[in-house]
Design a binder for this molecule. Sequence first.
Ligand code: MN3
Length: 365
Amino acid sequence: MIAQNSEFFETEVLTAQYNSDLLIQQAIKFKPNAVVICDDSLYQQVFDALDPLDIKVYAGENSLISVVEMESIDMVLSAVVGYSGLRPTLRAIEYGKQIALANKETLVIAGDLITKTAREKGVNIYPVDSEHSAIFQCLVGDFHNKVEKIFLTASGGPFRGKLREELLNVKAAQALKHPNWDMGAKITIDSATMMNKGLEVIEAKWLFNLNLEQIDVVVHPQSIIHSMVQFEDGSIKAQMGLPDMRLPIQYALSYPDRIKTDFPRFNFMDYPSLTFEKPDLKTFRNLALAYNALEKGGNMPCILNASNEIAVDAFLKDKIGFLEISDVIEKSMESVKFIKNPILGDYVDTDIETRIKAKEIINNG
Ligand code: MN3
């Protein structure tokens, strides 16, 4: 996307977790000032490839936290997966950088701290998550009007309509097949369990300053309506189109402008019916657990997130079954110490404590 719009964007820093080949390839193309490879062991390979091009190379998670301080950066696209996104995103906000946020876990874990710091620093957080981008697009022109409620749409994932007993023996490979979106392993499993929607409910609470009662989830298997806002006069605005992550990413970077694209256009005749269902909270307990965590507040969403990361990892390694993911999260939420008004250090401790607890729960079956 940046490739097609070099007149609008200039890349200062590119980062990658392990994918050093892609990082090198993109760095050669976009000529950033610096790159960060989070996995230290890949430093030499990246350095050898990019040093002749006068591109600075840093390694390690801590470099990720310090590069966001660079003065030449206006905006940070935070797309690290999971808990690791929290500290670099918070640091970028502290340094007054505008944020395009793809890492929903950051707001799930520490939404109060992140939004409070952003307000203090005059930083805007632009959603990249497609549902939240949709809500944001619906709000443009209506920021002064009160939101009655929002509807987050959910595809329902690959197991929509299944009963609990049918999911007992599901393996990672089956859960990794998502009907509409092509995503990484963690988020694809989160979609299959509907934890992804649960995390998005919490994300929406913080992005749009809503109460729990104002956030509804609607299953919409075609993924054409990306989410909706209902105003106090009863009017509902929806944002729709073919599912394509490039659009919300671009909008977060180009807002308030829209940039012309050649992405495939939606054809109504290909979708003669758009359908809607109530989510099945009995089968997909993770969504109910996320609502519970949001209601409880404090460090509970942090516990939810950390135990989910451990449980998903264990499921991907065939150590636990699909339905047990919810058991691990529920037990973790019951046993890790609850903190009503956490500060940053409490989130860090809660994350560590929860991971240990969740692993114990898994190992003790
Ligand atoms: Mn989403």
